[in-house]
Ligand binder design. Structure first.
Ligand SMILES: Cc1cc2nc3c(=O)[nH]c(=O)nc-3n(C[C@H](O)[C@H](O)[C@H](O)COP(=O)(O)OP(=O)(O)OC[C@H]3O[C@@H](n4cnc5c(N)ncnc54)[C@H](O)[C@@H]3O)c2cc1C
Length: 501
């Protein structure tokens, strides 16, 4: 098994303020003491990283996972044409932990093909120049708005009622125009500090209106707001995301070569013991000297400590003993998750040759956005429509079979050349997935101040990790950051009980 040096581990922990606090309490005698037993619940990214770090530090680790597979919200759909990712796939250049983990387990990262259209392929010229492509320079995307089909390059003249600042900005970039420029948050932890709490009282919609967003721009941004709707999200939460994206801007994004499932398999391969799948946790009891975790199949696991990486909608359903304090229980119950629902289509005929338009689309329909999926040669072999927010909620209300039919019909209505040229063959909904309950958390107005501080408080011998507990960033890097903090907490406690043993 490959091992990380203690120094490298300490350095990575030291990148978070919680990690620094935890480190001070870790005695150097830890490795000589009897092996502490730690149970990690959930074999997603956070769980696998917790397990790896704990094993590095000499703990005996068991990972249990409810699904029949590992990876959680990372999954490559190998059976679908184009092998799309169902969940997380894109790594920012600033993802230091993720890049280090990929290197450690031998997973290759590369810049993905950009989804312009069929002719530009992987946009080699943009890649060679090391810049994110300017979509208006190429065929760009096709925008379907109020029954009209508009090329992105013509968008500037197509929509009346937009302000000078908004004109010519494609609908999917409008939010960034407002939330990334002149963002009042100076750094990635600022959203947790009291001086910025005033932004938590305001909805994202009200904040955008205050900044001068026109009613038309608000309607455009409300199509795919990355939450259930502009009026339902805290502007502080959105500013946090904008701050992160602005800080990460520059440099091309990365993806796992061979897909995210290959990456998590490599990561799990570093562990002394493979995660045990099919173990659906239903109850956790934390006693004075051990913790017991019960599963739906009647099995149970006990350990000195446990780290839960379960998403909040799952935590809200568990029987926890002791019961969490009121604020923490409210955090589990009330923090919402962004709905994301995708439909995947096999391409039977190159419809773009028929109408001469780009494959990539932004639409005001419930299917929302359409992207090409390519094979290794860059040829378009399939499509995916990605709906987040209100569109995803509408699709989730349909059975899978009706969702397929509805999505095909919407595509044909918006773009007649697709009729009979594409066939919906798969769909994923993170909201109806009982192991997730949504794609990732968002905060409603007032929730950052009221609920965030309680979300990861240790409960007896139970500690909490997972993307929903991260401070400096959401997504995969957030999941990794959360693991560092939770492992630091556990090591600090082991340290405080071990020396005499
Ligand atoms: C559609 C989508 C797109 C995304 N895009 C990006 C992106 O491009 N870049 C990025 O950085 N991030 C992205 N993300 C976010 C990223 O995927 C997540 O932040 C990350 O995978 C979360 O890891 P985690 O370990 O915290 O949670 P999870 O991966 O959810 O891990 C939790 C684990 O617990 C298991 N579990 C649940 N319930 C139980 C139970 N009762 N008993 C036992 N086990 C259980 C789950 O099966 C899962 O394996 C995206 C997410 C989605 C859904």
């Amino acid at each position: 098994m490959a091992t990380q040096t203690r120094r490298a581990f300490l350095e990575s922990l030291a990148r978070t303020s919680a990690g620094v606090a935890a480190l001070c309490a870790v005695p150097m005698t830890l490795l000589a003491a009897p092996k502490p037993r730690v149970l990690v619940i959930g074999a997603g990214l956070a769980g696998l990283r917790c397990a790896l770090l704990l094993e590095d530090q000499g703990c005996e680790v068991t990972v249990i996972e409810g699904r029949p597979r590992i990876g959680g919200r990372l999954e490559t759909l190998a059976h679908v044409p184009g092998r799309p990712e169902a969940g997380g796939s894109v790594l920012g250049r600033s993802y230091a932990r993720m890049r280090a983990m990929a290197e450690r387990c031998g997973a290759e990262l590369a810049t993905p093909a950009m989804g312009h259209g069929p002719k530009t392929g992987p946009c080699k010229s943009c890649h060679a120049q090391g810049k994110v492509p300017d979509r208006r320079g190429g065929p760009g995307q096709l925008i379907a708005w109020r029954g009209e089909l508009v090329l992105e390059s013509n968008w500037i003249d197509a929509v009346p009622g937009l302000s000078e600042r908004e004109r010519g900005v494609s609908p999917d970039r409008l939010m960034a125009t407002y939330m990334q420029t002149a963002n009042p948050l100076p750094d990635s932890e600022a959203w947790t500090r009291p001086e910025f709490a005033k932004f938590d009282d305001t909805s994202l919609e009200a904040y955008l209106k205050d900044l001068g967003a026109t009613p038309t721009a608000l309607q455009l941004m409300d199509v795919a707001p990355n939450c259930p709707g502009l009026a339902r999200a805290s502007s502080l939460w959105a500013l946090r995301d904008g701050q992160r994206r602005a800080a990460a801007a520059g440099g091309l994004p990365l993806e796992f070569v061979g897909g995210s499932t290959a990456f998590v398999e490599k990561l799990a391969g570093l562990l002394g013991r493979r995660p045990i799948t099919g173990k659906v946790v239903t109850a956790i009891g934390s006693g004075p000297d051990r913790i017991v975790v019960r599963c739906a199949d009647g099995s149970s696991y006990d350990a000195d400590y446990a780290i839960s990486t379960l998403p909040l909608p799952v935590l809200a359903r568990l029987r926890l003993d002791p019961a969490p304090p009121a604020a923490q229980a409210a955090a589990f119950r009330e923090i919402g998750y962004t709905p994301i629902t995708r439909v995947y289509y096999a391409v039977r005929r190159p419809f773009w040759e028929q109408d001469g338009l780009p494959v990539t689309m932004w639409t005001d329909s419930a299917i929302e956005r359409v992207f090409p999926l390519r094979d290794d040669s860059g040829a378009v072999v399939a499509l995916v429509s990605h709906a987040d927010g209100p569109g995803a909620e509408a699709l989730d209300a349909l059975s899978e079979r009706r969702r397929y039919r509805y999505a095909e019909q919407e595509l044909a209505r918006l773009r007649p050349a697709t009729r009979g040229a594409v066939e919906a063959v798969a769909t994923t909904s993170w909201t109806t997935d009982r192991f997730a309950g949504g794609a990732y958390p968002y905060y409603a107005p007032g929730q950052v101040g009221r609920l965030r501080p309680a979300v990861a408080l240790p409960l007896g011998r139970l500690h909490f990790a997972g993307e929903h507990t991260a401070v400096t960033g959401p997504g995969m890097e957030g999941a990794a950051e959360s693991a560092d903090r939770a492992v630091g907490e556990v090591l600090a406690r082991i340290g405080s009980v071990q020396p005499s043993g």
